[in-house]
Design a protein around this ligand. Structure first.
Ligand SMILES: [Fe+2]
Length: 201
């Protein structure tokens, strides 16, 4: 049996547990959105704000940790990774558009519906096709180490979508270092913050 990592000794979740838990959290937000009526504008804005943050972080940590590792370890999974990157790209553009909308907008509900369809499709492919390959390609200690790296990457990931930013190494690490601190400032609803947001979008 392979040597256990520090991550596993502390019962930290492995990579697939971290990512599946993120998927469940996002699905719970989608269900909440679907349970609201079109008159619940405030709740809808709040739920979509949480979806934007959760998916922005989740996409970046997969792009920084899981996808490069999978490409390195299992070249046969290259097309799965490339398709996942394209799906992330489309989702980020939708999140980017939603950031500039509110629930009163004529296109808001339709855009959220398309977002949910895209993300549910993506999650299904990851969990049914990609994750079983990951489980086979990596040892349990490697998956534990990757889990710890995913959790660490969450702390420094941008909180907003950046569809124009690089999504593969090393460019995505550079972009994250620049955008993540600015995202925190841009979350404030001030004129200066909005200018920051325009610069880093
Ligand atoms: Fe993904």
């Amino acid at each position: 049996m392979s040597k256990r990592s520090s991550a596993s000794r502390s019962n930290a979740p492995d990579a697939l547990a971290v990512l599946k838990s993120d998927h469940r959290d996002v699905e719970a937000l989608f269900k909440k959105f679907e349970a609201t009526g079109s008159r619940a504008a405030k709740s809808r804005d709040s739920i979509v704000g949480k979806v934007i943050e959760a998916l922005s972080v989740h996409a970046v940590i997969e792009e920084q940790v899981l996808y490069p590792e999978l490409r390195r370890q299992l070249p046969a999974a290259e097309s799965d990774v490339l398709e996942a990157l394209e799906e992330h790209h489309v989702v980020k553009w939708t999140l980017d558009a939603l950031e500039d909308m509110d629930a009163q907008d004529e296109r808001f509900e339709a855009k959220v519906t398309v977002l949910m369809e895209s993300v549910r499709h993506h999650v299904k492919e990851e969990e049914k096709v990609m994750f079983p390959k990951v489980r086979k390609a990596f040892s349990s200690s490697e998956l534990d180490d990757m889990g710890a790296r995913l959790v660490a990457a969450k702390r420094t990931a941008p909180r907003r979508p950046h569809p124009r930013s690089p999504d593969t190494p090393p460019g995505n690490f550079v972009a994250t270092a620049v955008t993540a601190p600015l995202d925190a400032a841009a979350k404030l609803n001030t004129a200066a913050a909005r200018r920051v947001r325009d610069i880093v979008s």
